[in-house]
Design a protein around this ligand. Structure first.
Ligand SMILES: O=C(O)CCC(=O)C(=O)O
Length: 255
């Protein structure tokens, strides 16, 4: 089994990086328990999710972005204009017959975006709340597949791949991967739910997935004066805009 990539500077080469101890095991256990309390949408017998606003209105989930090194570490990967596009809690039911959404095979290879480019556009960050042992259905990735510029075919979706790598990590560790990378969870064969949080990150100039929600962000975020946190939640650029440093000049004229 090849060694997992833990070097942020090699992120683009491999298409992923393991972020050890991003949450830590105690906080992961607290968030796992918090997952009992949040309302979830059941997609099928194997998979249910809780959306960003449900999570952010619970102070325990906000602490990920206010009290851990999340924003620092993702800024190192994405850049100074880091923004969150979406956050989800993903739960795979115990003793599952499916990997997740659709596949009845042992894999469910997919990319998270179908716009392919050499430059990384979006990065998904899986924060695992349970030890990802083989029976828990760990993430699998195909290093380098973010540069293939295509989605898996119908024949490829459900089957093991010769170049796949199993990302067995302990609870509280995260895996950041390019949204173009072929990746898949695997079946949760254990007798307890598998829970992970997925923070989908990108640049400030990419639109947040606001249409998924009807509820506003919580006041604690809207009223925050931390410029990096405001940018992270789409409330104002902190980094110099790709539209130029004079991006906001003239706002007053047209009020
Ligand atoms: O559950 C996992 O480990 C992977 C989840 C996934 O594939 C996704 O969020 O796109």
């Amino acid at each position: 089994m090849p060694e997992l990539n833990r070097d942020i500077t090699a992120f683009h080469q491999h298409g992923y990086v393991v972020l050890d101890n991003l949450l830590g095991s105690d906080f992961a256990a607290e968030l796992y328990a918090a997952g009992d309390d949040v309302p979830k949408v059941v997609w099928n017998e194997a998979r249910s999710t809780a959306n960003e606003r449900v999570l952010l209105h619970d102070a325990r989930f906000r602490r990920i972005f206010m009290e851990t090194s999340f924003i620092d570490r993702l800024t190192d990967i994405v850049g100074d204009d880091l923004q969150l596009l979406d956050l989800q809690l993903l739960e795979f039911a115990p003793n599952a017959s499916h990997v997740g959404a659709i596949s009845t095979g042992s894999r469910e290879w997919h990319t998270d975006i179908t716009f392919f480019s050499d430059a990384p556009v979006a990065v998904n960050v899986g924060m695992y709340l349970t030890d990802m042992t083989p029976e828990k259905g760990p993430l699998h990735v195909i290093p380098g597949s973010h540069l293939w510029h295509r989605e898996p075919t119908a024949e490829e979706v459900g089957s093991p791949h010769v170049d796949e790598v199993v990302v067995e990590v302990p609870a509280g560790t995260a895996v950041a991967f390019d949204a173009q990378l072929w990746h898949t969870g695997s079946k949760n064969l254990s007798d307890t739910p598998r829970r992970g949080l997925f923070a989908y990150c990108s640049h400030y100039w990419v639109k947040r997935m606001d249409e998924y929600y009807t509820r506003a962000l919580p006041e604690e975020i809207i009223e925050s004066e931390d410029p990096r946190l405001r940018q992270f939640f789409g409330l104002g650029a902190n980094a110099v805009s790709i539209h130029g440093a004079a991006y906001t000049e003239g706002n007053a004229t047209f009020e």
